[in-house]
Design a protein around this ligand. Structure first.
Ligand code: GLY
Length: 398
């Protein structure tokens, strides 16, 4: 729980108004769209692996946590360009989401929202498709029944492992981008249990995963029997005491989404503290290192996706802040500078071919997976950030 009011240390840098030149923005979108068209021509409706190897994607079935974001990237491309190729493939992929749920393929964990929000919820929001709507609602129901601990008030990392293995009986920062599926289902159906579960998850995250100085633990351990809180720790970060960049960025984006449903004013201050912590720990060139313990350029592998999620979180919160809120101008400027930094330093000619829309993404460094690679969440949040920058009124998929 944050107890300090976090001061933005590099305020001078972010109070200045900043705009990405329109031509540069349009080129960034055109380049991304061209890459996606090539991807579809070569791989059709196949889904990419969780991260690239040597910046090249392998393709296969709809069976991992990032699949929804691939479909979401195609929807973003469709909304940006109106090109039918993107709508066509996103719609063709829908069947696999139904099959995945019906056959219980990797849906027993905390990431069900990542799978079903940018795919089925997005489809419904854009086209009104009834089957996508039903699949998203069924996924929310399954997620709630399977992964929400009523006695603990939190979403389990793994519903299968939680009964026997302490590693399953944890909750994590990532879940803040999974609870939008529950908020959405609650709003659509009027079922209060979904909203209550999502709020409880947000509150437990605030209480246990966010530290006094507004940094965050990646995971929090609960007792396997009682589901009572025990201690924070990391999984993808540098150490239990450090702050894993992408995990923290899920907080910067997750709380504005939770705020949009709850109008709980305390989330505005909380998100400001989280955001200022993130900005205070950026290297000079504004591309975050994979853990915020590293604050210097070239000190550690990067995670451009953490920067992009933070950009989306700041721009989402700007929708709810009054014009005179001091952090609004800072968010607008920081988002613009950080997005331009990604365009400049994580796209374009890198001397070798790269399959993603952006590079310098780090998936899970302690596990030796996807270090300085491409990944669907880098691609998705890059296009979402570009979309938000172009069109601040964009109707989000989360
Ligand atoms: N599973 C979420 C992440 O790696 O960010």
């Amino acid at each position: 729980m944050v107890t300090e009011n976090i001061i933005l240390q590099n305020e001078q840098r972010f109070v200045k108004e900043h705009k990405i030149p329109q031509e540069k923005l349009e080129k960034a979108i055109d380049d991304a769209v061209m890459k996606l068209e090539k991807q579809i021509i070569e791989h059709g409706t196949d889904f990419m692996a969780t991260f690239s190897v040597d910046n090249k994607y392998d393709f296969g079935a709809n069976d991992n946590w990032i699949c929804g974001m691939q479909t979401g990237t195609y929807w973003l491309a469709y909304e940006l360009t109106g090109k039918e190729i993107f709508r066509d493939v996103a719609e063709k992929q829908l069947k696999s989401y139904r099959e995945r749920l019906d056959n219980r393929i990797k849906v027993d964990d905390h990431d069900v929202g990542f799978v079903y929000s940018p795919s089925c919820v997005a489809t419904y929001k854009i086209t009104g498709d009834k089957e996508a709507y039903q699949t998203a609602l069924d996924a929310a129901e399954y997620f709630y029944n399977r992964s929400y601990s009523v006695k603990g008030g939190f979403i389990l990392r793994s519903a299968i492992k939680a009964q026997t293995n302490p590693r399953g009986c944890r909750t994590m920062m990532d879940t803040l981008l999974n609870i939008p599926l529950l908020f959405w289902a609650g709003k659509e159906t009027g079922e209060q249990k979904y909203i209550d579960a999502a709020i409880s998850q947000a509150k437990i995250t605030e209480k246990y995963l966010i530290r006094e100085d507004a940094s965050s633990f990646h995971h929090y351990q609960f007792d396997v029997e009682t589901h009572k809180p025990m201690h924070g720790l990391t999984f993808q970060g540098y150490s239990d005491d450090s702050c894993w960049s992408r995990g923290h960025s899920w907080g910067v984006y997750g709380f504005p989404i939770a705020y949009s449903y709850t109008k709980d004013e305390s989330m505005i201050a909380l998100q400001k503290n989280l955001t200022y912590y993130f900005l205070n720990h950026l290297p000079e060139d504004l591309i975050p290192n994979w853990d915020l313990i590293f604050t210097k350029k070239d000190e550690a592998p990067r995670d451009s996706s953490a920067g992009l999620v933070t950009v989306c979180g700041m721009l989402e919160m700007c929708k709810y802040l009054p014009e005179d809120a001091p952090q609004k101008k800072i968010y607008e400027s920081a988002a613009s500078q950080m997005l331009e930094a990604v365009i400049d330093k994580c796209t374009g000619d890198m001397g070798v071919d790269y399959d993603g829309l952006v590079y310098h993404v780090t998936a899970a460094l302690p596990q030796g997976k996807g270090i300085d690679e491409c990944a669907a969440y880098g691609d998705y949040f890059y296009l979402e950030a570009l979309m938000r920058y172009q069109n601040p009124d964009w109707n989000r998929y989360w």
